[in-house]
Design a binder for this molecule. Structure first.
Ligand SMILES: [Zn+2]
Length: 540
């Protein structure tokens, strides 16, 4: 009697456990989708999703926000929040200390010049119309290690297609990785999408057709005016193009105007839809990856700042443009077979006028004064220079010839330079190369973020962290990003599709978790240096 009473529930428990394990092991391997669409919005703060949500349509951002796993506290844990590093971090699941893209461009000591993050002098732009002769092009050669796309390609014996698109060459190239089927970007001077000989020697017919149709022509005569969001809105005019008499459209002058309007997202997403069609994405046996980085949000944000009507209107238009793009994806592939991931490469600081008006901080930073201050302090305490070989708002590269000639230990020279930089009113902290290399950084979140940005082979001798709300721009209305402060680091992270549990997740995460989560759910190898953590709470 006694044993029956005990055994009965045990059996039930075992049966339940076996049943549960069965379900679990089945659920741990969701079916791969036909297509993954990664949408990166260049310069898009997390708060844009909440501030502007009352004016979103049903099937744009709200498609993802209503049906996806939405992370509300997703922040980059590094200190150089810039386009090149941000896209490389999203693609690799690692930070610049590993993937090596420390900035959009950096000073190269061996060549004594600045190198661009995706420059590759052995390549040419395919089908460039930027003047006579071959235009030098770009490749992912400077990116260290593999991306999500590279691992997906390798896992499927390169049957998966990986296509990356942006207005910016660096955004497309870094998102795609080394083995991308192709990366396409926009040649602003000619209004065409182009690529590099790194990927292919001629544009595929669908790209040629798209270019020949000259999509910019659809916007000739249009005015950039605020979308009406409330009854009675007449719409502020933000900018309009005034053609000279008889001037054809689209001509280079018009293209220059168009480039700073949110109409560019319409063109870019139309190109992305054509890529799905032309490359038959989502039609094969294996999962394809389409990565799209929307660049014009960054151009508008730099010019006007995050609290401007222009950024508000651009965000609402992005919502409408995405709704149209998603509807086309549904038609072409079927959204049931698609996963969509949304994030951004960085946020942005308010513009200096806003910062000063609300007493948040200095407003403008003066990187030129930092360089001058370092040169002066080093000359005074260590003898005549030149001591600074190159400097920008992130790094000081010391003149090693002078350091050698004056027989100053490198660590001492760096220390004097760092102290001089840190003494400037617009600098929060300065760390030395020796501190990074010897593990003697202060034990602080700020130092950790700087360390994630520091790559021993490419970084300078002093790493500068500008003070909160000290923005490296000259004008009061323009603004920028690139700091470790939350206005620059906090971005959206949304995962949408049948593999993810819809909901709002307040648990802190990082954008590098995006690639790690997708790799985990796909059941493929994590990219080579990925330190991102799969967001297991959100996985079905
Ligand atoms: Zn930017």
């Amino acid at each position: 009697m006694v044993s029956r009473k005990v055994v009965g529930p045990c059996l039930v428990a075992i049966v339940l456990l076996v049943g549960r394990l069965g379900t679990l092991s089945h659920a741990a391997f969701p079916e791969r989708p036909k297509l993954i669409v990664l949408i990166v919005i260049d310069q898009f703060r997390y708060d844009y999703l909440t501030r502007f949500r009352p004016h979103f349509t049903a099937k744009g951002f709200n498609l993802l926000l209503d049906g996806g796993a939405v992370f509300t506290d997703c922040r980059y844990d590094y200190a150089s929040t810039i386009t090149g590093p941000g896209h490389a971090s999203l693609a690799t699941g690692a930070y610049p200390n590993q993937h090596g893209i420390i900035d959009n461009e950096w000073y190269d000591r061996t060549q004594h010049r600045a190198v661009y993050c995706v420059e590759d002098l052995s390549t040419h732009t395919v089908a460039s119309q930027n003047g006579p002769g071959p235009t030098p092009a770009f490749s992912p050669r400077n990116l260290i290690g593999s991306t999500l796309g590279d691992e997906l390609r390798a896992a499927t014996d390169f049957r998966s297609k990986v296509i990356a698109i942006s207005l910016k060459d660096r955004a497309a190239i870094l998102l795609g990785g080394h083995t991308a089927t192709a990366a396409y970007w926009y040649e602003a001077g000619s209004g065409r999408f182009v690529t590099s000989t790194y990927y292919e020697s001629a544009l595929p017919p669908w790209v040629e057709t798209f270019n020949q149709r000259a999509p910019a022509r659809d916007f000739c005569g249009q005015v950039w005016k605020a979308l009406p969001v409330r009854p009675g809105d007449t719409g502020t005019v933000f900018s309009e193009f005034h053609p000279s008499p008889g001037e054809p459209c689209p001509d280079p002058r018009f293209l220059g105007w168009l480039n700073d309007t949110p109409f560019m997202n319409e063109i870019e997403l139309a190109f992305a839809s054509e890529a799905v069609r032309g490359e038959h994405l989502g039609q094969g046996e294996d999962t394809d990856l389409l990565a799209v980085s929307l660049s014009v949000n960054d151009y508008v944000g730099h010019a006007s700042g995050p609290y401007s009507e222009q950024v508000s209107d651009t965000t609402l238009r992005t919502d409408r443009d995405l709704a149209k793009f998603f509807a086309d994806l549904d038609k072409q592939v079927g959204l049931d077979h698609v996963w969509i991931a949304l994030s951004a490469d960085h946020g942005v600081a308010p513009n200096p006028a806003f910062i000063q008006e609300h007493h948040l901080g200095l407003g403008n930073a003066q990187p030129g004064a930092i360089r001058g201050g370092v040169e002066k302090a080093m000359s005074e305490s260590l003898g005549p220079g030149p001591w600074v070989e190159d400097a920008d708002e992130l790094y000081v590269y010391l003149n090693r010839d002078t350091v050698k000639k004056r027989r100053i230990p490198e660590a001492r020279a760096e220390e004097v330079a760092a102290q001089a930089a840190a003494a400037q009113p617009d600098v929060a902290a300065a760390f030395t190369r020796t501190q990074f290399l010897t593990g003697t950084l202060p034990n602080s979140p700020l130092a950790r973020k700087a360390a994630n940005s520091f790559n021993p082979k490419r970084s300078g001798d002093v790493f500068i962290v500008l003070a909160p709300y000290a923005v490296p721009v000259v004008a009061a209305t323009g603004t920028s990003h690139g700091s470790p402060w939350n206005y620059d680091t906090q971005v959206p992270l949304v995962l949408w599709g049948d593999a993810f549990k819809a909901g709002v997740y307040a648990k802190p995460c990082q954008p590098i978790d995006l690639a790690a989560t997708l790799a985990a759910v796909l059941g493929i190898t994590q990219s080579s240096e990925s330190e991102g953590r799969p967001l297991t709470d959100a996985i079905r």
